[in-house]
Design a binder for this molecule. Sequence first.
Ligand SMILES: NC(=O)c1ccc[n+]([C@@H]2O[C@H](COP(=O)([O-])OP(=O)(O)OC[C@H]3O[C@@H](n4cnc5c(N)ncnc54)[C@H](O)[C@@H]3O)[C@@H](O)[C@H]2O)c1
Length: 324
Amino acid sequence: MGSLDGRVVLITGAGRGIGREEALFFAAEGAKIVVNDPGVEIDGTGGDAGVAAGVAEEIVARGGQAVASTDSVSDWEGARRMVATALDAFGDLHVVVNNAAIERNLGLADLGEDEFDDVVAVKLKGTFAVTRWAARHWRERHVAGDRVDRAVVNTSSGSGLLNPLPTQAAYASANAGVAALTTVAALELGRYGVRVNCVSPSMARTRLTLEVPGVGAEPPAGGFDPLHPSAVAPVAAFLAAADCPVTGQVLSVRGSTVTVNQGWSRGPSVHQAGPWTVAGLAAELGGVPLEDPFDKLAQALGGALGVTGRDQLQEMINAQLDRR
Ligand SMILES: NC(=O)c1ccc[n+]([C@@H]2O[C@H](COP(=O)([O-])OP(=O)(O)OC[C@H]3O[C@@H](n4cnc5c(N)ncnc54)[C@H](O)[C@@H]3O)[C@@H](O)[C@H]2O)c1
């Protein structure tokens, strides 16, 4: 018996990378899968219907059940259609895994309006759109007396939650938005029996990360490969299982390390009885330790920041920004 026996699962961006591994893993755990993927390039251009079809065929060849969907999550009607595909093919929908993403990595001063919009449209609006159409169905089923567990598993990134990465203004903003959306949706949809959580992969070897130092290297022969994109799948499956009690959480996944994120939290504050003057606030806040984004980036890169470190980091940022 699998942990997802009988669950109908829609996975977006399931044709490649992490989403593909989730589709294969979920199917092996007994789920029926809608493999959604228009098969676009990293920047969202182009398209290849064979990408989703290939994964669906692979699942069926292994004895599982799957159908392909080539709609884009950023297309409102497309998002509605992919939910309808699950209902038509398998009679219900229990789980949505919002995994699709594209990247347009450019310095903020070079990033165009369309480039920003396109990244946010896939990652943030796409997560909302698919969840919204699924929520419509789930609300209907709940009103009709259905009390089956439903779940949404969103996908965020350390870029947006933990690591401020230069050139990722759009991608980081969208990913931070997905984490915020996760907690709001968990609060709102709980009344219909829907749990909403989020995974935040890190250093998984896919086409998005091949240029990250250390990721593109040859995987070790045999044994556990912590950079393999399949590392995320069991965590997503845990959150998708009907007996999982967890909701409103964002879990980072790096290899087999799973970390509960605690998000933005309250730091020190200053207060006075009446309104602040600009000078008064400047004097009070001047004594409060503030988090430095350079420190965060240095930590993300695995080091501590010294004075020379800051200069090196600035040079690295400049080089990335000047690449265009
Ligand atoms: N690889 C990592 O280490 C890493 C780190 C942090 C976050 N993530 C997140 O994990 C998820 C999967 O990333 P990946 O590394 O497997 O990338 P990937 O590029 O290998 O796979 C993403 C898939 O999404 C599909 N896609 C793009 N636009 C779409 C759209 N409009 N509608 C439906 N599908 C669409 C693509 O065709 C592609 O097959 C993304 O949400 C990404 O932000 C990955």
